[in-house]
Write a protein that binds this ligand. Structure first.
Ligand SMILES: Nc1ncnc2c1ncn2[C@@H]1O[C@H](COP(=O)(O)OP(=O)(O)OP(=O)(O)O)[C@@H](O)[C@H]1O
Length: 293
């Protein structure tokens, strides 16, 4: 199973270029897509979901051009968009049954069983007959996940799936996505480096519509060994530090401001820092001169 994104660029009608020459190879498992607001994550996902056609380049699923055969590809696809709406008067059970039907589960008994199993998995079984207008934000998101995962899709695209979920729900979603990744290609976009750290075997960081870096999280982290330094400073020193030193990020630790510096040579400042995936993210933005702090 292989999804190949080959030299994909996307220009909107406004003339804005949201994606430039994106090349990626996705195979079975979880693939994390990180990037700042406006980096192009949703644009890439909508293009993969065949809702937009690239201006140039191709996307192949096991050799099939997905934009030449969108209906065929959609049968294999589960997609959770960032903005997810439902018919307010429908119940979760009704809508999921319809979606299962559209995805080609023709046998009524099989459909009923599949819908029940999915409602149980996303913990909506008890509220399956409630109008979805009365669902909380977390319940709606779980429904969105259920409709994306129903009918064993081969490719699952989930845009910011953990947004608005409490920690327990987020853990349940991690379980579901990890299980799905055993049999499908799962691409998930997120603002949270922690999501990628927890779940993904592969990742990519997008910036201004381009792939800045891609690879295995652990290998990307290893690249920064011996290059990161951290130091506690006063809040009013921050601007000076940012001007004078390669500050890639700052954060508060017990109310104390701590800066992280990227320097290949031992730094006269601070002490050596063990790199994390968050450092990879900030260091990547920093080296591409994108604002990160
Ligand atoms: N339909 C559109 N027409 C014109 N420009 C668009 C359109 N959709 C998105 N854009 C622009 O393309 C760029 C990328 O947007 P996109 O939504 O793909 O980013 P993102 O990485 O998903 O951001 P976020 O994390 O905020 O969701 C942004 O500058 C956005 O304003």
């Amino acid at each position: 199973m292989q999804l190949t994104i080959d030299s994909v660029s996307l220009e909107y009608a406004t003339g804005f270029r949201a994606l430039t020459d994106v090349n990626l190879n996705l195979s079975k498992g979880l693939f994390g897509l990180l990037g700042q607001n406006g980096a192009g994550k949703s644009s890439l996902m909508r293009t993969l979901a065949t809702l937009q056609v690239p201006t140039s380049g191709t996307i192949l699923f096991d050799g099939m051009d997905i934009h030449e055969h969108p209906l065929q590809f959609r049968q294999l696809l589960g997609y959770l968009p960032q903005e997810f709406g439902v018919y307010p008067t429908a119940t979760a059970e009704q809508l999921l049954t319809q979606i299962a039907d559209l995805k080609g589960i023709d046998d009524r008994h099989v459909r009923t069983a599949v819908v029940e199993q999915m409602l149980q998995r996303v913990n909506l079984w008890d509220v399956r007959r409630r109008a979805m207008s009365r669902f909380s934000g977390g319940m709606l998101r779980r429904f969105g996940i259920a409709q994306a995962l129903i009918a064993n899709p081969k490719v699952v695209i989930v845009d910011e799936p953990t947004a608005g979920l409490d920690p327990a729900e987020r853990n349940r979603l991690y379980d579901l996505l990890a299980e799905t990744g055993e049999t499908a290609i799962v691409l998930l976009s997120t603002h949270l480096v922690e999501d990628v750290n927890t779940l993904c075997q592969q990742m990519v960081i997008l910036g201004q519509g381009r792939v800045l870096v891609s690879g295995e999280p652990t290998q990307l982290i290893d690249r920064y060994h011996g290059q990161l330094w951290e130091e506690k400073i006063q809040r009013n020193q921050l601007a000076t530090y940012q001007r004078q030193f390669p500050v890639i990020a700052h954060r508060y630790v017990s109310g104390q401001l701590m800066v992280t510096l990227l320097n290949k040579k031992p730094s006269p400042l601070g002490r050596a820092k063990t790199p994390t995936l968050e450092d990879v993210y900030f260091a990547t933005l920093f080296t591409h001169s994108l604002p990160s702090v």
